[in-house]
Structure formats: C-alpha cells, structure tokens
Design a protein around this ligand. Structure first.
Ligand code: SF4
Ligand code: SF4
Length: 185
C-alpha cells in the first residue's frame, strides 16, 4: 500500500486521455520472464471471480491486466492494486489462457519500485532484511516462543554474504531511491 491507510484502487470512472497511454507498455511486461501470457489474456474475468482478495475489496486482477493492455503505465505502477495480490495462485488455476498473473504482478511491482512507488509495507520489510538479514528481526520473545515449542534457536543470518548479494543485485541502489522518505508519501 501507499503511505496513507486509504487503499487507492484503480477507478473505472476516469476518462483515458491519449497522453496517458504508453502503447509499448504491454510488450515491456510481456517480454519479461513470466510475462509472456499477458498478450493471451481475453479479459474474461475468471481470475477476478475467484480472487479471495477481490471478494473483500475492490481489487480485480482483470482490471490490472486490462489497464496494462491499454498502456496505462503510470496509473498501473502508481496504484495500490499491484500490491494487493496475495499470490495464492487461484487466478492461475482458473485461467483458460494460462496467464501467469502472479508473475505479471511481480514484474509490475519490480517496475513500480524502480519508479519510486514501493508500497510502504514492502519497503519496511526490505529495509529490515538489509539491516538484520530477516524480514522479522530476531527478538527475545521469538527466542522464548521457540524454546517453549522445543524448536532449535534461530541461527544468525550470514550478513556478509547477504550484503554481497544486495550490492551485486543493485538492491541497495534501489532502496537509496527512497532515502529521506518514501516517494509514495
Ligand atoms: S482468467 Fe486469464 S484470460 Fe481471463 S481475464 Fe484473467 S488472466 Fe485474462
Ligand atoms: S494470486 Fe493474487 S490476483 Fe490471483 S487470485 Fe490470488 S490474490 Fe487474487
């Protein structure tokens, strides 16, 4: 999600202007690994019909795909919609065209992050991984709970190796985009 608690899903009642359309956007997505199926999408809506997130919110995977196919790049990448997918794969199981929506949403998220539109929750998780080597920092409470469950203690993360991976992948440079505050504010 963005920096407010309000969920900004893509609206249907905004007129599409020619200057908002980037006609090569769908190819940009489809040419990435996992995105190939995008151009097969029939916009039938079977994905939206089975989506558990859509059952309780205005989020619709078909709408995301439709806007990608229309070329509404800025709208798609700046919207909270692409961060709402729970990666349950129900849509992929239902899709007659074998569109890998979860891969497509990952591609869209990666593009959004590079444009400064990372959702706050994901950004916080990324910073925690960089700082502690874990999505959830190790705490006394976690150690105690594990001991009560007779689980072995957590090992310290391999921070040296992790730091090398972060630098080699350019992840640190992407996070630096957000220094001094999140751009989605
Ligand atoms: S079910 Fe498949 S073909 Fe139908 S709208 Fe969803 S992604 Fe497109
Ligand atoms: S993978 Fe995402 S879009 Fe597909 S059904 Fe699950 S929550 Fe909905």
């Amino acid at each position: 999600m963005g920096q407010t608690d309000e969920v900004r899903t893509q609206r249907d009642d905004i007129p599409i202007r020619d200057e908002d359309v980037e006609r090569t956007f769908k190819y940009e997505v489809a040419h990435q690994v996992g995105g190939e199926g995008l151009l097969r999408c029939l916009k039938c809506g079977a994905c939206s019909g089975g989506c558990p997130v859509g059952a309780v919110t205005d989020y619709r995977p078909r709408k995301v795909l439709g806007n990608v196919l229309l070329g509404l790049k800025d709208l798609v990448l700046s919207s909270d919609d692409i961060w709402m997918c729970a990666a349950c794969f129900t849509c992929e199981e239902r899709c007659v065209q074998e569109v890998n929506f979860t891969d497509i949403v990952t591609i869209l998220r990666n593009m959004a992050v590079k444009q400064g539109h990372a959702a706050r929750g994901y950004l916080e998780m990324a910073r925690t991984v960089v700082a502690y080597g874990r999505v959830v920092p190790k705490t006394f409470a976690v150690d105690k709970m594990r001991a009560n469950l007779e689980l072995p203690p957590l090992q310290d993360p391999a921070m040296e190796e992790l730091t090398k991976i972060i630098q080699a992948s350019g992840f640190d440079k992407i996070l630096a985009l957000y220094k001094g505050g999140d751009k989605t504010q």
